[in-house]
Design a binder for this molecule. Structure first.
Ligand code: URP
Ligand code: ZN
Ligand code: ZN
Ligand code: ZN
Length: 478
């Protein structure tokens, strides 16, 4: 079996940092050698196949992005990253595992939707991948199929309180699904926005001629997010279901989560880099020579970017520090401007929803370490360790310890990353939502299950390196 030694670096975990060498054999970590270890200073380096000198750099567990939508059919088109291009971009950015959303559409069997998702991903991925199940049609047959997913390694499912006529589930449907979640321990994931209310507001805005992307953010008012978050919490309380609210962007929704957690409920929340850095005013309201006011379409996603004047972004950072929010995922769902976002020129309701960020999450969150928003350890916790625990992969993923998969990133705090379409990104998009962002750090080396797949600005992996991860039940519940 091939052996690799990562020497001289600072190994960072969710709970601390230490000088240590990491020994990899085949696909697994076999030893973490701290100062004082007998093996340190012996000629170990001479006996391994590959030595990676990590002096002056951080050695962290590979990133886990637990919210991606490769190839998602949405708004009459499909997300522009395939499993091949999207997972390669993830690898470039230090993410070695994604959890994507298999889709069951209304009228389709869960098993068929899932089988189709396996077909799309199998043999295509650069990094390991798991699935959550989207339940787009909560009927008796779908409900009956849910518990069987556990044996397939799928232990979480997402429902939508938004998007009437597409993925929307009403309260009665949600209640029934949550009863199954409570009984089986499967995690209920919720898109918490009041869709029917948003649709009325959007229709009224368009009737008034307010059709630019900016009004997507006005229609999707924070009250609709807070209300749905509260309703989801109460239905979870009633049924005993563990609840994970995805892509939280409103500070008022965070307060609902904090309230529920203080009551002792198994309620959790993630936010995404866009809700930490971007805003309604600056991005959704942007205008450019090329696109005019349609420029903002690049940042149309749901939940929407929120007002900076109202202070949502600062509140998201604070919630990450206080553990009112537990994780950062990307909700990677890219669409090109030409041909895709363009569908909604003249009516923001027809702009496919989503932003591409899978490549930049580790860097964007590291910048939060640089600016003092979060600690180095919290960075690892938010981007790798908690995602592993939350979604039943911990021990194998999310930690550098003997027996774990050798998913390791060597990160250079003295490096620099300029993000932008023409410069560094590998996602299949004709623009970047992050053009011009400068990061005081750099992903130098990425190892996925023992294989170096990115090093010194070169992609060394191959399509099909990534395998399906069968997940267990959440290891994060109270
Ligand atoms: O805008 C978004 N978030 N697109 C992806 C679908 C979803 O709701 O997560
Ligand atoms: Zn959603
Ligand atoms: Zn999503
Ligand atoms: Zn680079």
């Amino acid at each position: 079996m091939a052996t690799t030694l990562i020497t001289g670096g600072t190994v960072v975990s969710a709970t601390g940092r230490m000088q240590a060498d990491v020994l990899i054999e085949g696909e697994r970590i076999v030893a973490v050698l701290q100062p004082g270890s007998e093996l340190l200073g012996t000629d170990l380096a001479a006996s391994v196949d590959t030595v990676i000198d990590a002096t002056g750099r951080y050695v962290i567990p590979g990133g886990i992005d637990a919210h991606t939508h490769m190839q998602l059919p949405f708004g009459g088109t499909s997300a522009s990253d395939t499993f091949e291009t999207g997972t390669r971009a993830a690898a470039w950015g230090g993410t070695t595992t994604i959890v994507d959303f298999a889709v069951q559409r209304h009228g389709e069997r869960i098993q068929d939707g899932l089988a189709h998702w396996h077909e799309l991903a199998a043999g295509q991925c650069a990094v390991d991948y798991g699935f959550h199940q989207i339940v787009g049609g909560v009927d008796a047959e779908a409900l009956a199929a849910l518990p069987g997913l556990i044996d397939e390694g799928i232990t979480s499912f997402k429902m939508f309180m938004a998007y009437p006529g597409v993925f929307y589930a009403d309260d009665a449907q949600i209640l029934r699904a949550m009863q199954i979640s409570a009984r089986t321990g499967m995690l209920t994931m919720m898109h918490a926005e009041n869709g029917p209310v948003i649709d009325v507001l959007a229709e009224q805005l368009v009737a008034e001629g307010k059709t630019d992307p900016y009004f997507h953010g006005i229609a999707r008012a924070w009250q609709a997010e807070e209300e749905a978050t509260h309703r989801a919490i109460m239905l979870a309380d009633l049924t005993g279901a563990p609840l994970y609210v995805v892509h939280v962007s409103a500070k008022q929704a965070v307060r609902q989560l904090a309230w529920a957690r203080d009551k002792g409920q198994n309620v959790f929340g993630e936010t995404c880099p866009q809700y930490l850095y971007l805003s309604l005013e600056e991005q959704l309201g942007a205008s450019s020579e090329r696109w005019g006011a349609f420029e903002g379409a690049k940042w149309v996603c749901s939940t929407p970017l929120r007002s900076r004047a109202e202070g949502h972004q600062d509140h998201m950072w604070q919630a990450l520090r206080t553990n009112d929010l537990q994780m950062v995922s990307t909700d990677h769902c890219p669409f090109c401007m030409t041909d895709q976002k363009e569908l909604g020129r003249g009516d923001f309701r027809a702009i496919p929803n989503g932003i591409g960020s899978v490549e930049h999450r580790m860097d964007l969150m590291y910048q939060g370490v640089v600016t003092g928003e979060i600690s180095l350890e919290r960075w690892v916790e938010l981007t790798s360790t908690t995602p592993a625990r939350m979604f039943g992969m911990y021990g194998r993923k999310g930690v550098i310890q003997p027996g774990a998969d050798a998913d390791v990133v060597v990160y250079d705090p003295a490096g620099h990353t300029s993000i932008g379409y023409d410069k560094t990104h590998h996602m299949n998009m004709d623009h970047s939502a992050w053009e011009g962002f400068e990061i005081d750090g750099h992903v130098d080396t990425v190892i996925a299950r023992g294989k170096v797949i990115v090093d010194a600005g070169q992609y060394l992996g191959r399509k099909g390196d990534g395998r399906f991860v069968r997940r267990g039940l959440s290891q994060y519940l109270i």
